[in-house]
Design a protein around this ligand. Structure first.
Ligand SMILES: [Zn+2]
Ligand SMILES: [Zn+2]
Length: 488
């Protein structure tokens, strides 16, 4: 059996979803289809489907929440529905019984979401309550029913069932058909066995004797039993046919196969109203990354390199700190701006104590602009190489025999940078994505400046006055954290 409509994303199951699923599986429920209802639960619904092998989902906004539907939600659904576990757009429709959202916004949300169904070629899950006339006339508009679908928790009369069948839709029943107040006998008799589906609409529509309590997917058997008795056919036949129907409409066997074997290849399958010879949808990126920023720390940083004659001296093992801004402008490419700061005390530390005061630290500020090219950007771990330009802003001590009075040589110039690195992506759901970054970055000044002193010599020595060439390079193993904000 397939429970084609159960809200396992509802908070009713927050505490025990694992055992609810296991209990249903033990009772013979093979697959579960979980429809979203609100813009806020699209991600959660997808996460549940992603987590459990046998759970698939439908993404959409319920008529009750139609007032929250807008073009942004439209694009969210369109984007998320490319995920392999999304088998339908839903639940969508009209509910004039409770009219929680005004009719105009319900109609607007329905029509826009039918358009998503058409574009993604995913069947829709329709919710219709006391809105027979409007829903039929909307479905009859050009293209609106081409993707096919199911009318869930069917509660209308025979005429509406006939219209929906003509439009190619399946009809799905909940335990409402078992309620004593409702007589769905004629509709059940009318709908052919190859167009019926079963569902529980959990946590709602609990069959007796537990009415009023939380419903669970294994109660689906009660719906099958009722259909079997009304149609006077074997229960096994009802189960077999409804399971096949659901697999056909939601293309479940194909998806299962593709998960294991051909996640990106071509597939085809006969279908009652459409031709699905189509390229398999490309996997969407599971990590939302557009604009991100965060802190970074590094070691072994800016190297001051002094040269006079053939003697050169550099300082290593320095510490640097800074921050990044990353903007992903193409799937595989990120533009990165980095600011980093470091200071070099080592130049003073090597002087005798009596002279330490005569020389100050060297300060290094650098701004890098780089382009990062990622390999397999949708994986949890991405490797990359980068290339860019660095603006070095050095402040080099030039304290020439004037203790207690600091002089600096300001040295600013452009250079180049290149690096290799790794991103480890952690999805934060609604909060965006957190990336842990490690990289090894090289930065070079292309030129050298001549200083009219040699900072490496004793301040009283004649050699101190030697012209010394100075340049900077950096070789920085560094790491940081980048938060890709969700609202950009
Ligand atoms: Zn519904
Ligand atoms: Zn529902």
């Amino acid at each position: 059996m397939i429970d084609t409509h159960c809200h396992l994303n509802s908070k009713e199951y927050n505490k025990d979803i694992d055992s609810v699923i296991t209990a249903a599986q033990l009772a013979g429920v093979e697959y579960f289809i979980v429809p979203a209802t609100m813009p806020e639960d699209l991600e959660k619904t997808l996460e549940i489907a992603d987590k459990y092998d046998k759970v698939y989902c439908a993404l959409g906004v319920h008529p009750h929440d139609a007032s929250k539907f807008n073009e942004e939600v439209y694009s969210d659904i369109l984007r998320l529905s490319k995920h392999k576990k999304v088998v339908s757009i839903g639940e969508i429709g009209l509910d004039y019984y409770r009219n929680i959202s005004v009719a105009e916004s319900q109609v607007y949300a329905l029509e826009r979401q039918l358009a998503i169904g058409l574009e993604t070629e995913l069947p829709v899950i329709l919710h219709n309550r006391c809105a027979d006339k409007d829903i039929i006339s909307i479905l009859k508009k050009d293209g609106n029913s081409d993707m096919g679908g199911v009318c869930h928790c069917f509660s209308s009369g025979v005429e509406v069932a006939e219209e929906l069948l003509k439009l190619g839709f399946y009809i799905s029943f909940t335990a409402n058909i078992t309620f004593s107040k409702v007589d769905m006998t004629e509709v059940i008799k009318l709908v052919p066995l190859d167009r019926i589906m079963l569902e529980t609409d959990s946590p709602y529509m609990t069959p007796s004797p537990n009415r009023g309590k939380r419903n669970v997917p294994q109660n689906i058997i009660k719906v099958a039993e009722k259909i079997s008795s009304v149609k006077n056919i074997l229960l096994e036949e009802v189960i077999k046919m409804t399971t096949e129907n659901a697999k056909r409409l939601f293309r479940i066997p194909i998806l299962v196969l593709s998960l294991f074997i051909l996640s990106n290849s071509l597939y085809s399958q006969d279908n009652y109203n459409d031709d699905y010879d189509d390229e398999y949808e490309e996997m969407p990126d599971p990590y939302y990354r557009k604009l991100g920023f965060g802190p970074l720390l590094g070691t072994n940083t800016f190297v001051d390199r002094y040269t006079s004659g053939n003697r050169s001296f550099s300082y290593e093992g320095l510490f640097s700190a800074g921050g990044y801004i990353n903007y992903r402008f193409l799937e595989n490419f990120i533009f990165q701006a980095v600011y980093s700061y470091s200071e070099n005390r080592k130049a003073i530390d090597k002087l005798p104590d009596s002279l330490k005061e005569t020389l100050d630290r060297n300060f290094h500020n650098a701004i890098e602009f780089s382009v990062i090219g990622m390999v397999v950007p949708k994986n949890m771990v991405n490797f990359y190489a980068s290339l860019g330009t660095t603006y070095f802003m050095n402040q080099i001590s030039a304290n020439l025999g004037a203790p207690l009075y600091k002089h600096y040589w300001h040295d600013k110039n452009w250079g180049l940078n290149t690096g290799i690195g790794i991103f480890v992506n952690l999805s934060l759901g609604n909060m965006g994505t957190l990336v842990i970054n490690g990289e090894w970055k090289l930065g070079f000044r292309l030129d050298a400046v001549n200083l009219n002193y040699d900072p490496r010599e004793n301040i009283n020595s004649d050699k101190r006055k030697n012209i010394t060439s100075y340049t900077t390079m950096s070789s920085v193993p560094r790491g940081g954290i980048i938060w890709y904000i969700p609202f950009f």
